[in-house]
Ligand binder design. Structure first.
Ligand code: DX5
Ligand code: ZN
Length: 231
């Protein structure tokens, strides 16, 4: 894995610990632990209190943690107007901007703008949103994010009925845009992580199961062992 390129020549599953579950009083140190343990991306959950019923992190936090980490900053915008804010996250050091298909934007032009700025672009769908909502864009983007909980909070239970959606998307991505990442977010632990990777995901977000544990580094290593079925 080249630092901050996000590309993965080894075909190893990408683990993206979500700082939503981290101890914010010592965030730099916590990020260092998962980076040293081999996590390749850092998942940053941005919530505006409108698109989801919670408020979290803004660009000021991204800017402050950027000098402390070489990880690929995977920024998940759960906000109504990603078109108004994405540039602030790029300026702060985000490497990937993922926005929701359900947000209030002209999707095609936002993808073009994000990609032209030189960072990667992803689109996310909530559990009730069908794959058909993003079909026209799969050839244009770097990542599809499948939510396996209703977005808004960490620590929720994985929705097993999303597995068929992951499977379906794996087939579509293989046909239309094989280098596009298929990421899964919500309730991922050693058991559910293996299920979604077997269904075709190649990037998993983990909040509670990493930063919610006493030893986040050991949790990352154990998640790698659980999802990586290579000999
Ligand atoms: C939920 C967020 C997730 C969250 C995952 O809306 O998008 O990234 O941090 O947390 P866990 O892994 O605890 O479900
Ligand atoms: Zn997220």
């Amino acid at each position: 894995m080249n630092a901050r390129s996000g590309r993965n020549s080894s075909k190893k599953v990408v683990i993206a610990p979500s700082i939503l579950s981290a101890d914010f009083s010592r965030l730099g140190q916590q990020i260092g632990l998962v980076e040293k343990a081999g996590a390749q991306w850092l998942h940053i959950d941005v919530m505006d209190g409108h698109f989801v019923p919670n408020i979290t992190i803004g660009p000021v936090v991204v800017k402050k943690i950027r000098p402390f980490s070489k990880l690929f900053f995977d920024t998940h915008l759960m906000i109504d107007r990603p078109d108004r804010y994405w540039k602030d996250f790029v300026a702060a050091g985000s490497d990937l901007i993922t926005f929701h298909a359900e947000s209030m934007v002209k999707i095609k032009s936002l993808i073009k703008n994000i990609k032209t700025s030189g960072v990667k672009c992803g689109i996310s769908i909530k559990p009730k949103t069908p794959v058909s909502a993003i079909m026209p864009y799969i050839g244009m983007i770097d990542l599809v994010l499948v939510m396996t909980v209703e977005p808004g909070f960490g620590g929720q239970a994985f929705m097993p009925e999303m597995v068929s959606k992951i499977n379906q998307l794996r087939g579509i991505i293989d046909r239309k845009n094989p280098s596009c990442w298929l990421q899964v977010d919500g309730g991922i632990n050693n058991q559910t992580g293996k299920i979604v990777v077997d269904a075709g995901a190649n990037a998993v977000v983990a909040g509670q199961s990493v930063f919610g544990q006493k030893d986040p580094a050991a949790a990352v290593k154990s998640l790698f062992r659980a999802v990586d079925s290579r000999p």
